[in-house]
Ligand binder design. Structure first.
Ligand code: CP3
Length: 345
C-alpha cells in the first residue's frame, strides 16, 4: 500500500493528522513569474492547456516552490464545452467567451462522440505528471460540475446574475435536463480517462451552485453530481472524490449526504464551528482561507489561518483556500502561509 504514505490520501480516507495536508486552488497561475514565462512561450492560455509538456511544467512549478501535498492537473473546466463543439476563446483580461446556447434547439450544436480527440493531450499531461511528481505528492484530476459548466455555455461568458441560464432551467426543465445529461456523460468519460492516465483523486468544481433556488440546487447540482460520483465509483470504487459546492450554505449537509462525495470543499463564508460539529462528522473537509488574506500576508492572515486550523484540525481536514488564488498574490506570502501551517500554526 505505497499510497498510504501520502498525507493527502490519508486525510481523504478520514484520518485526523497533526499537520493537515496543503494545496491551493489555482496554485499554478499568474501570481508566479515562471507561470507567466511558460504561458508566454505557449501562446494563448488554451494553447498551454493542450500542450502536455508545458502544462506539466506549470503544474510542477508551485510544487518546486512550496512542496504542496497535491498537484492539480493544469487545464480548465471549459475544455468540456470546447470538446463538445462549442466555440471557446479566452480574451486577454475578459475571461472566457463562448457562442451561447440559450434553448433546447441550440443543443444540436453539441456532439459527444469526438470528445477524446480534443481532450487527448490533457490525458497525456496527466500521464506525464503521474511519473513527474514527487513520491509524497498526490495527483488531482478535475472537472467542472455540470451546472457550473452550463452557466458558461448558456451565458456565453462569466455572469453576475445568471439570468439566461436560470430562465432556461426554470422555464424549460426538460430541455435543460438534456444539456445537463450531455454534461454528466461527457464529464464522466473525461474523468474516467484522467483516472486511467494516473489521477489519484478527483475534484468537482461547482463554483456557481449558490445562485439556484432550493429545488434548483437539488435538481441541477445534487442530482448530476450524484450521477457522476456513481459512474466513477462503478469503475473505481475507491477513488476519492472531493466536491466543492461554492456558496452552498445550508445545502452543505444534503450535498454531502446525497451526492456520495468523499470530502467537501468549503468556501470562506461557511461558519467553521458548524462545520466541525456537523459536516466534518460525515467526512473530511477542505478549505477555506479567503484568498484575499494572501495579498497582505501579515498577522491577520496568520490569525485567520490559526482559527481555521484550531476549529477544523480535530477531524479529517485538508488546508486550502475558499476560492482560487488571485494573480495579485505575492509569492512570498504563499511561502509564509505554508511554513506557518507546517510549523504547527
Ligand atoms: O487550480 C489549478 O491550479 C488548476 C488549473 C485550473 C484553472 N482553472 C486554470 C486557469 C482550474 C482547476 C480551473 C477551474 C476553473 N476554471 C473554474 C472553477 C474554479 C473557480 O475558480 O471558480 C472556473 C469557473 C474556470 C473558468 C475560468 N478559467 C475563468 C472564469 C477564467 C478567467 C478568469 C481568470 O482567472 O482569468 C479562467 C482562466 C484560467 N483558468 C486561468 C488559469 C490559470 C488564467 C488564464 C491565464 O493564464 O490568463
Amino acid at each position: 500500500m505505497p499510497n498510504q504514505k501520502k498525507l493527502f490520501l490519508r486525510a481523504l480516507a478520514g484520518e485526523t493528522l497533526p499537520t493537515p495536508p496543503i494545496w491551493l486552488m489555482r496554485q499554478a497561475g499568474r501570481y508566479l513569474p515562471e507561470y507567466r514565462a511558460t504561458r508566454g512561450e505557449a501562446g494563448s492560455f488554451l494553447d498551454l492547456c493542450y500542450n502536455p509538456d508545458l502544462a506539466c511544467e506549470v503544474t510542477l512549478q508551485p510544487l518546486r516552490r512550496y512542496d504542496f501535498d497535491a498537484a492539480i492537473l493544469f487545464s480548465d473546466i471549459l475544455v468540456i464545452p470546447q470538446a463538445l463543439g462549442q466555440h471557446l476563446a479566452f480574451k486577454q483580461g475578459e475571461g472566457p467567451q463562448l457562442d451561447p446556447i440559450r434553448d433546447q434547439a441550440g443543443l444540436t450544436r453539441l456532439n459527444i462522440d469526438g470528445i477524446h480527440d480534443v481532450l487527448g493531450p490533457i490525458y497525456e499531461t496527466v500521464a506525464k505528471l503521474s511519473s513527474a511528481i514527487p513520491e509524497h505528492t498526490t495527483l488531482i484530476g478535475f472537472a467542472g460540475a455540470p451546472w457550473t459548466v452550463a452557466t458558461y455555455m448558456v451565458e456565453g461568458k462569466g455572469s453576475k446574475d445568471f439570468a439566461n441560464i436560470r430562465r432556461f432551467a426554470y422555464g424549460d426543465p426538460d430541455g435543460f435536463a438534456k444539456l445537463i445529461d450531455i454534461l454528466v456523460e461527457a464529464t464522466t468519460q473525461y474523468l474516467l480517462a484522467q483516472i486511467k492516465a494516473g489521477a489519484e483523486v478527483i475534484q468537482l468544481f461547482e463554483t456557481w451552485g449558490g445562485v439556484l433556488s432550493e429545488n434548483g440546487f437539488h435538481r441541477w447540482v445534487i442530482e448530476p453530481t450524484c450521477k457522476i460520483v456513481q459512474n466513477i465509483k462503478a469503475e473505481y470504487p475507491d477513488m476519492p472524490i472531493i466536491g466543492f459546492p461554492r456558496g452552498a450554505g445550508l445545502h452543505l449537509l444534503d450535498f454531502k449526504n446525497l451526492t456520495g462525495v468523499d470530502a467537501v470543499g468549503l468556501d470562506s463564508g461557511v461558519p467553521l464551528k458548524w462545520v466541525a460539529e456537523n459536516l466534518q462528522k460525515l467526512g473530511p473537509v477542505q478549505g477555506n482561507l479567503d484568498p484575499m488574506y494572501l495579498i497582505t500576508g501579515g498577522d491577520e492572515m496568520l490569525a485567520e489561518t490559526r482559527r481555521i486550523l484550531t476549529t477544523l484540525g480535530n477531524g479529517p481536514f485538508i488546508f486550502n483556500l475558499g476560492h482560487g488564488i488571485t494573480p495579485e498574490t505575492p509569492p512570498e506570502n504563499v511561502g509564509k502561509l505554508v511554513d506557518f501551517i507546517r510549523n504547527g500554526g
